[in-house]
Ligand binder design. Structure first.
Ligand SMILES: NC(=O)c1ccc[n+]([C@@H]2O[C@H](COP(=O)([O-])OP(=O)(O)OC[C@H]3O[C@@H](n4cnc5c(N)ncnc54)[C@H](OP(=O)(O)O)[C@@H]3O)[C@@H](O)[C@H]2O)c1
Length: 266
């Protein structure tokens, strides 16, 4: 299926690693231009080099901008850079940042606030200015990579889960608010997905349980109905479809990508 993404400009926050990087690869393969935003400039450059190595024809369609998206002014500057390089942003994919996991007894009000800064405001700081630009142009797509921890409380992930729950609420609300001005807003909700961040988590689990990282991954995979965790590319496939004109009547949707781990209806 041609996803009709040729010539589109996608801004991907968290595009230097994991799910964001897999999305960047997918958009480039479909003929779109991408601007990747993250904090670490050398990781961004490494991402650019790896994308060019796998898709040489995409070299002129990759922009990178270093910014800490916890800062709303830095987010606006990043959008300005992106639009100077490749013109109006048609598609925003938010995949930057993740809240730290903390056992319940160790949580303080500062932890809850930090989690909102790390996961909620890194998204809102980009959505707010960009969705208004999209609305003034009469078209655009926003896709939030959220997480199942926003629906099912995990005891070590409550602060981050609260940020995810808030992101789901604004996904639905902004879709209703901006639909009349041509902007669609959706979310995907991954559970365990094999990225560097998950590998760090596996290493921590392994140390705690006195097992190897590989054994920790085997245990995590055994809990999944599909017998394995997701790959970043599998999450990216759903993101690309939802961002494409092929999904033109899908807005306000939260697409569960937990491989049926939590068999609930909504
Ligand atoms: N992997 C999973 O199992 C999983 C499951 C459910 C939900 N998710 C969600 O999916 C999203 C992507 O996860 P991932 O596993 O791909 O993470 P990842 O591999 O750790 O990548 C995170 C990306 O976000 C960037 N980033 C982090 N904080 C930032 C900030 N303040 N400003 C700008 N960029 C920032 C990172 O680059 P810098 O560090 O250089 O800034 C990196 O590019 C996250 O929101 C995560 O919560 C992941």
């Amino acid at each position: 299926m041609d996803l009709q993404l040729q010539g589109k400009h996608a801004l991907i926050t968290g595009g230097s690693k994991g799910i964001g990087l897999a999305c960047a690869r997918g958009f480039l393969e479909e003929g779109a231009s991408v601007t990747l935003v993250a904090r670490n400039a050398s990781t961004l450059e490494a991402a650019r080099v790896s994308l060019i190595a796998s898709i040489p024809s995409a070299a002129a369609r990759i922009g990178v901008v270093s910014a800490d998206l916890k800062d709303p002014a830095a987010a606006v500057t990043a959008i300005d850079h992106a639009e100077q390089d490749f013109g109006p942003v048609h598609i925003l994919v938010n995949s930057a940042g993740a809240a730290r996991r903390t056992p319940p007894d160790e949580l303080t009000p500062q932890h809850w606030r930090d989690a909102m800064d790390a996961k909620y405001f890194t998204y809102v700081n980009v959505i707010d200015p960009l969705i208004k630009r999209m609305a003034s142009r009469g078209s655009g797509v926003v896709l939030n990579v959220v997480g199942t921890g926003g629906k099912v409380a995990t005891l070590t992930h409550m602060a981050g889960g609260a940020a995810n729950a808030a992101l789901m609420l604004i996904t639905a609300g902004l879709a209703a608010a901006y639909g009349p001005r041509g902007v669609r807003v959706n979310a995907v909700n991954p559970s365990l997905t094999l990225t560097e961040r998950m590998e760090e988590g596996l290493e921590a689990d392994a140390r705690l349980s006195g097992i190897t990282k590989e054994e920790a991954l085997t245990r995590a995979s055994a809990r999944m109905p599909l017998g394995r965790v997701a790959t970043a590319g599998e999450i990216a496939n759903a993101v690309l479809f939802l961002c494409s004109p092929r999904a033109s009547y899908i807005s306000g949707a939260i697409v569960s990508m937990d491989g049926a781990l939590t068999p609930i209806v909504v």
